[in-house]
Design a protein. Structure first.
Length: 301
């Protein structure tokens, strides 16, 4: 039996990061999305640790107990650099495995493009490549509607007011909307408590605002170079999973041109957007099977 997850801290890219850790062996870094936190990976961390991996799930920048940086940046280039620095601190810069969901998926694609040499294999959940999303939104009104929150969150002050109303009821609404079989009330209650802490709503909205607005992006020369590399063709072997009840599954077969290395995609039947919590057994098997294809992995009996 593996030991419970431990919460630790490390400084990465100038930010104090908190992370959950479980097990020992090859490092698997798990990146959560929105609105969520590192506890989202509890089922995957248990499965990974019991199979012989060291599972590490950071609370992403702006998500307590990780630091909420005041006047900080939350663009994909900054977040990809955070992951690079985390890997350097946690794994001595040696290549690791990467798993991401939602915003963690969007960040993972950027890491695979800009810092692919640091990743052995990757599993991405629920979100297609940002370049494919952009292509789809140009010609698909239904996908633009599915991403309504991206545009809502660009407005000043109103999104903050909507999120704070009725004890952050909008957070629970998003989970229900994106995962129609939603029953994860205890986990979402924990997310709501976290998001009620000072500065968290503003920080997490900045992820979305940085998508379209330069004032939320770090424009230093080094980060401009990283930003230019985020959407380079991916050479890292990558598997993408999507729930059958998530319309973004339609994009997965259309994005193969964005990969130079092995690319596979599959659908998890009956699952919505938070498939790793809705169907943990199927998702765990897909992750473990993909990581086991690495030549250096030794599976624990």
């Amino acid at each position: 039996m593996t030991s419970p997850s431990r919460c630790r801290e490390v400084r990465a890219n100038g930010v104090r990061y908190a992370y959950l850790e479980r097990g020992s062996g090859p490092l698997v870094l798990l990146l959560h999305g929105y609105p969520d936190n590192a506890h989202s990976w509890e089922h995957q961390m248990e499965a990974l640790a019991s199979t012989g991996y060291r599972a590490v799930a950071p609370f992403m920048r702006g998500y307590p107990p990780t630091e909420v940086p005041h006047d900080g940046f939350f663009d994909r280039a900054t977040l990809a650099m955070d992951v690079k620095c985390l890997l350097e601190e946690l794994n001595g810069g040696k290549p690791a495995f990467l798993v991401g969901q939602d915003w963690g998926a969007a960040i993972s694609y950027g890491v695979l493009g800009a810092f692919g040499e640091m990743i052995r294999r990757a599993v991405i959940l629920a979100v297609p490549h940002p370049a494919q999303v952009k292509r789809t939104l140009r010609r698909s009104p239904k996908h633009a509607i599915r991403s309504f929150h991206w545009f809502l969150f660009q407005l000043p002050w109103l999104p903050e007011r909507i999120l704070r109303a009725r004890d952050l009821a909008f957070v629970e609404f998003l989970w229900w909307l994106w995962s129609p079989a939603y029953t994860d009330r205890a986990h979402v209650a924990d997310i709501k408590r976290m998001m009620a802490e000072p500065g968290v709503i503003e920080a997490t909205l900045s992820y979305y605002r940085s998508m379209f607005r330069a004032k939320f992006q770090d424009q230093t020369p080094a980060l401009r170079e990283v930003r230019a590399a985020l959407d380079r063709a991916i050479s890292v072997p990558t598997r993408v999973l999507c729930g059958s009840r998530d319309m973004r599954k339609e994009m997965l077969p259309k994005q193969s041109d964005l990969f130079r290395g092995p690319y596979e995609w599959s659908i998890v039947e009956g699952a919505g957007h938070f498939l790793h919590r809705e169907r943990p057994d199927e998702v765990n098997k897909a992750i473990l099977d993909w990581l086991a294809l690495d030549d250096d992995v030794v599976i624990r009996a």
